[in-house]
Ligand binder design. Sequence first.
Ligand code: PRX
Length: 650
Amino acid sequence: GCSYPVEGFWKHSYPISVNTATSLSHSTPINAVLLKEALESKESDLVFPSEDFSSQALVPSRQKYLEMYKKSIEDPAGFWSSIASQFYWKEKWGKQVFSENIDVSKGDVKIEWFKGGITNICYNCLDRNVEAGNGGKIAIYWEGNEPNIDGSLTYSELLQKVCQLANYLKDAGVKKGDAVVIYLPMLMELPIAMLACARIGAIHSVVFAGFSADSLVQRIMDCKPKVVITCNAVKRGPKVLHLKDIVDAAISQSAKNGISIDVCLTYENQSAMTRGDTKWHQGRDIWWQDVVPKYPMTCEVEWVDAEDPLFFLYTSGSTGKPKGVLHTTGGYMVYTATTFKHAFDYKPSDVYWCTADCGWITGHSYITYGPMLNGATVVVFEGVPTYPDAGRCWDIVDKYKVTLFYTAPTLIRSLMRVGDEYVTRYSRKSLRVLGSVGEPINPSAWRWFFNVVGDSRCPISDTWWQTETGGFMITPLPGGWPQKPGSATFPFFGVQPAIVDEKGAELQGECSGYLCLKHSWPGVFRTLYGDHERYETTYFKPFPGYYFSGDGCRRDKDGYYWLTGRVDDVINVSGHRIGTAEVESALISHSQCSEAAVVGVEHEVKGQGIYAFVTLADGVPYSEELRKSLILTVRKQVLPAENAASRRRL
Ligand code: PRX
C-alpha cells in the first residue's frame, strides 16, 4: 500500500496487486508503436547515470531523493516554506502556508499557497540576481532565424529593458490586474514583455505567434486586454509570416464584437520586414522602438499577493472552447524554480536551451520564469530546428556551449530520420543533461537521443507535466537513479500520483489506469478564467478527491511510471493538444460538410495525427480539392498558421 517509491524499489517488486485494466475507455486509439516498444523493452533495462555525474549532482542518490520526498509528503508546509524563504518577499505569508480543498464533495475547489505573502516574480527573476552581484552574467543569448544574426543581454541589461517597457505600459494605462495580450515570436522582446507585465502586476496572456486571427479574437474577447503587443513579421526558416496582418484582422473582429483595443504596440522585426511594408493603423499602432527606449531604465515594482494572478494561458479541452488556465504568483514562482533546478541538476555555470516557444506553458515555466529565477543563462531561438539544415540544433549547442538541452520527442524522431551525420558533425561536448517533454517518448527515440545526441554520457529528464500543473510532476532527477528508456520515472517532491480504475478506486503496486494526483502542489492552476465550474467539472469531478490529468498511465513492478497518452477527447499532435470537438466543429462550419467525427491515429513522427470521417452535404462529390479545402478550414480555425504547428515545442 505504498504510494511512493521505497528504498530499493527497483530491486524488489511490490507486493503485487496486479490490475488488468487494459480496457480504458480510450476515445483515441492507443499508439501502437509506443505500446509495442514498451512491451518489448525490458523493464529491467536500466541506464545508470555515471559515477562522475552522480557525485556532483544536487540529488546524488536515491537515498537522498527518498529522504527529501518523504519530508515533502509528510510536511509539505515545512518543505515548501523553507524553499520559498530563499526568494524575496516584501512580507511573509500568513500562518497557513497553504490551504486546499480539491474534493468536490466537500464544497468548492479552492487552492491557495503562501496567501498573504507579498512578492513580485519579476523582482525575483531580475533585481534579486543583479543585487546578488550577477548583473554582468548573460541572461539571454538570442539566436535569430538566420545563423549569422544573434544578440545577447546581461541580467542588468534585461532588467533595464523590462523596466522601460513596464514604464511605457503604465503610461499607456495598464494597471495591476489588467490583462495584456502578447502575440510575439521568439524575440528577446517576448520574455521582456512577460516580465514587464509581471513587474507592474498586469496579467499576461501570451498567444502563440502563428495562431490564426480567430484564435486571437477568442483570447482577446476572453480577457479584454488594455494593450496588445506584437511585431510586424517573423521569418521562420525560409518563410515570412505577417503577424501584424493577423493581429489587425483579430482586432477589427474583436471591435465588431464590442471589445476595442486602443493600443497595439508593434516591434519592428527588421530581419523579416521593414516599417515601410507594414500596414499601419494610425492612432492605435505604435512602433515599440519609437517609444519604449525613451522611458527610464528603472521602474518601481508593484508588490502583489502570492495569490494574485500572473498569467492566463489557453489550452484545448475535450469540448469546443479553449480553456483559460490561470496561474497565480507565489506558488508558481517557488514551484517552477525548484523543478527547473532539480530536473536539470542546474549549476550556475550551465547554459540552458529549451527549444519550445514562450507561446506554450513550457516557454513560460522553463524559458522565462524557472531558469531566470535561478539566474540561469538561457538561449532564445527565433527559427526552426531544421533550417538551414537538420544540424541547426547542434550548431547552436556548439556556438553557445549549451549544457542543458530540452526538447520534444517529435523533434527527436524527425531528426532521427534524416541521419546521424547531422549530429555527429558537431562536437556537442558541452552537453550535460538532455530533456524531453510534450508526449511520451518511445524507447527507440530515447535511445537515439541518449546514444547519438548525448554520446551515451548525458542523462535524459523525461518530464511529465501539463499546462495546468505549472511545472514538472513526474521526472527523473538525473543524478539520483537509473532510468528506463521511455519512463518518466518518479514523482517530483510534493507530488503524489494515484493511478485509479474506472470507478475511481486507487490501485496499488504494478497497475495501469487513469493518472490522478492527490493534494495540491504550489504550481497548480487555480481556476479556468471566468469558468470555475468547468474547472471543477473537468478536473475534479471525474474522480472525486483527486485532480484528474486526462492521461493514462502504467506503474511497473519497480514503481516507475509510464505515460500512455490521453484518455479523453484530446489528440496530441507533435505534443500539441487538440480537442477532437474543435476539429469537428471547424469541419462542419464548411458549407459542403454536414457531419464529422475525428479520431487520433498513430503517426511515426508526430506521435498522433488527425483522422477525420466526414459526411458531405447532399449531392456533393468527394474530390481531392474538397479534401484540401476541408483541411484548410480546420487549419484556419483550430491550428496555428502555416508551419507553426511544427514549431510547437521545436
Ligand atoms: O498527455 C500529456 C502530454 O502532454 C499533455 C499536456 O500538454 P500541455 O498542457 O500542452 O503541456 C505540454 C508541456 C508540459 C499531458 O497531459 N505530455 C506532456 N509531457 C509528457 C506527456 N506525455 C508523456 N510524457 C511526457 N513527458
